[in-house]
Every structure is written in structure tokens, then in C-alpha cells.
Design a protein around this ligand. Structure first.
Ligand code: FAD
Length: 351
């Protein structure tokens, strides 16, 4: 038996909840389907010491400020989980979990959403599934030969798992820098990045990044020259643990190696480093396999959008996947605006 609603939101992390907030304000009927057993999206699975790169007030979803975390300028992931749990509860959003969406299909004038616990029909679908479920690992020769432990950011929890070991952390973004800083005091650490790490000035955090993203959006909206996104400022926010490790000289970096061998890695000049473990902090791709039945991917494997709306399936919106679906949309504070525009577009289309 199929159930019906006007809008199915796939994913109950911050993006799905921000969508819920604006759908509710416009009086639309909707359901949020989330594969997790508890609220909080990806924040439930990050490493123990992760810190937000913005203060709480600058990490808020529409309609409710994130409260400050006692004693911390930059809240931890557990604080975000508590905030999202409270947000969902206060608004009494219709979230069903654990429900995994297996596929979205065209079905006449409706979209059919097949899940592991039944079928939904809707006039619009918002995909808000994030990227945590699709870690990206680069193709480096010898990856299958290395006999030590290899893991991605998504599997890293705490330095206690690596005490006294030789660990190589790969990646020059925020995850790489924070995990390298976490491990540096208790392991024999090698931090490897493709280009020299670019720390933002110590007094710049996610607030400035959001401002840059906002001016970029304005420039693009007004047809002015794009001054460049947040990457024009740098790649790594110097949150206190990163700053401290850097200032203590614990974050010496080496360029990217060319291959792995059974016991470690090798650089082009023949030098080698032994490793018990390699942690790949090499990013993510959007988790979109549930959209495969719609066959929306173009030649480069990309789904073309206008704002958040899929160009070749106007009943589908993609929310929270990064600049591609709205500047800064893959951040807590940045997803509010595209969520509002998405709900407005859907309301207009549904009349
Ligand atoms: P998610 O939180 O991943 O939620 C998606 C939900 O959809 C999950 O519950 C998932 O289980 C569910 N789902 C997926 N597929 C399906 C399916 N087929 N069916 C049903 N449910 C499904 N942002 C900030 O603002 N500040 C920061 O400091 C910050 N730090 C970050 C640090 C790291 C290491 C990372 C990776 C990201 C960080 N971000 C930060 C970025 C961003 O806020 C997160 O990536 C955020 O989790 C994205 O939210 P989301 O709701 O889009 O996706």
C-alpha cells in the first residue's frame, strides 16, 4: 500500500530539518524519511574531538539560535546533535526513522518513493542526504598492497586507537588538519597534503566564510564578477586545537606520496615512511544513489540544477550538497536560505 503526501524530504539531518521548517511555514503537507535511528544526521558519527568552525550563534538553523555550549566558543558535535534533536522535537516535524529510501521513480504526475518500509507518492521530493555516506578515497597506486590499517575520516574516532603508532594523515582540509592535530601528541605522525596547507588567519572563522559566501551569492545574483568562493581565504580554520598543534610545531607537513607499499608510503624522490595506519581525510561525494532510477546524471556524472531544482526533473530538489546547490548550503547556517527558496518554489508550483 502506498501513502501520499505533497512533499517527501529524504534525509533528516540539518538540511532535511531546515526544509521541514520552511515547508511547515508555507502550510505544505510533508514527511521526512531518515535512515538513522536517532536525530542528528552525520553529526552523530564524527570523531570525538571535532569542533565547529563557527561559534554556536553562527551555526543555527532557521527559527532557532543554537545555544552556546558551556565553556566552549566552538561547540562540539554532540552539542550539534542535541541542538538538532531539540529542533526536530520543538517543531514536531513528521520524521519517520529508521527509513531508508531505496529509489525515486517517475509515476505519472507524481514521484514514487520506494523505501525499505513501504512506498510514498508525492508531488515533490527534496533530497537532503548529505555526503557522509559516500566517503571519497583517491586512486593511489599500491592501496591494495599496504598491509596496515586504512581508514577514512568517517571511521576515525579518537587518538586512543592509535597511541604510539606511526600514522599518516592525508588531506589538507579542515578534517585533515583537525585529525592530524588530534593525533600529533600521542603518535608518530606524518601529515601529507597535496599543496602546502593554507591556514586562515587566526581571527577568521566560519563567520567570515559565511560572509564571503553571501557576497559571492549576491554578486552572482546581480550578474557581477564572481570574486571567488571561500577557498580564496584559505582551506583550514585555525580552531584552537589546530592552532595549538601548529604553534607547537607538531603539524609539519610533507607533500603527497606517489604510492603505497606493504609497510608504508613512497615519494617520487625515493624516500619512504613506515606506517601502521593511513587515515584518508580526502573528502566526500553527494550520497545520491537513491536518485539513479531518474537517470538525471549528465555526461560528467553531474545532476544539472537551477538553484536546488533538478533541470530535467522539476519535481525534484537537491538541498545541502554544497555550493553546487546554493552557496554554503552544506553548513548549518548556510542551508536556511536555499531551504526557504526550495519550499517557496514548491509551494508556487503546487499552487
Ligand atoms: P547529513 O548530516 O549527512 O544528513 C543526511 C541524513 O540523510 C542522514 O541522517 C542520513 O542517514 C540520511 N540519509 C542518507 N541517505 C538516505 C536514504 N537513502 N534514505 C533515507 N535517509 C538517508 N558545517 C558547519 O556549519 N560548521 C562546521 O563546523 C562543520 N564542520 C564539518 C566537519 C566535518 C568533518 C564535515 C564532514 C562537515 C562539516 N560541516 C560543518 C558541514 C556540514 O554541516 C555537514 O556536512 C552536515 O552534516 C550536512 O548536513 P546534511 O543534513 O546535508 O547531511
Amino acid at each position: 500500500m502506498s501513502r501520499r503526501t505533497q512533499v517527501v524530504v529524504i534525509g533528516g539531518g540539518q538540511s532535511g530539518l531546515a526544509a521541514g521548517y520552511h515547508l511547515r511555514r508555507l502550510g505544505l503537507d510533508f514527511v521526512v524519511l531518515d535512515a538513522q535511528t536517532t536525530p542528528g544526521g552525520a553529526w552523530q558519527h564524527t570523531w570525538d574531538s571535532l569542533r565547529l568552525f563557527s561559534p554556536a550563534a553562527y551555526s543555527s538553523l532557521p527559527g532557532r539560535l543554537m545555544p552556546a555550549q558551556s565553556g566552549e566558543t566552538y561547540p562540539d558535535a554532540q552539542h550539534v546533535v542535541e541542538y538538532l534533536t531539540d529542533y526536530e522535537k520543538r517543531h514536531e516535524f513528521p520524521v519517520e526513522r529508521p527509513v531508508r529510501v531505496l529509489g525515486v521513480h517517475r509515476d505519472g504526475v507524481l514521484l514514487r518513493v520506494e523505501t525499505d518500509s513501504g512506498t510514498w507518492h508525492a508531488r515533490a521530493v527534496i533530497s537532503a542526504t548529505g555526503s557522509w555516506l559516500r566517503p571519497f578515497l583517491p586512486a593511489v597506486p599500491g592501496r591494495a598492497v599496504f598491509e596496515g590499517r586504512q581508514l577514512h575520516t568517517v571511521e576515525y574516532r579518537s587518538p586512543a586507537d592509535f597511541a604510539g603508532q606511526c600514522v599518516i594523515v592525508v588531506g589538507g582540509g579542515n578534517s585533515g588538519a583537525q585529525i592530524a592535530a588530534d593525533l600529533a601528541p600521542s603518535t608518530d605522525l606524518t601529515w601529507v597534503t597535496q599543496r602546502p596547507p593554507r591556514f586562515l588567519a587566526d581571527d577568521i572563522d566560519g563567520r567570515a566564510l559565511f560572509d564571503v559566501a553571501t557576497s559571492r551569492r549576491r554578486a552572482l545574483d546581480e550578474g557581477r564578477t564572481d570574486a571567488g568562493g571561500v577557498t580564496s581565504l584559505g582551506d583550514i580554520v585555525a580552531v584552537p586545537p589546530v592552532r595549538e598543534a601548529r604553534d607547537r610545531g607538531l603539524l609539519a607537513r610533507r607533500p603527497m606520496f606517489t604510492r603505497l607499499n606493504s609497510g608504508g608510503v613512497e615519494w617520487a624522490d625515493g624516500t619512504r615512511a613506515e606506517a601502521d595506519a593511513i587515515i584518508w581525510c580526502t573528502g566526500f561525494r553527494p550520497a545520491l544513489s537513491h536518485l539513479a532510477p531518474l537517470q538525471l546524471r549528465g555526461r560528467r556524472g553531474h545532476i544539472a540544477t537551477s538553484g536546488t531544482r533538478a533541470l530535467s526533473e522539476p519535481r525534484l530538489h537537491l538541498l545541502g550538497y554544497g555550493d553546487w546547490t546554493g552557496p554554503a548550503s552544506a553548513t548549518l547556517i548556510g542551508v536556511g536560505r536555499p531551504a526557504r527558496e526550495t519550499a517557496r518554489e514548491i509551494a508556487e508550483r503546487l499552487g
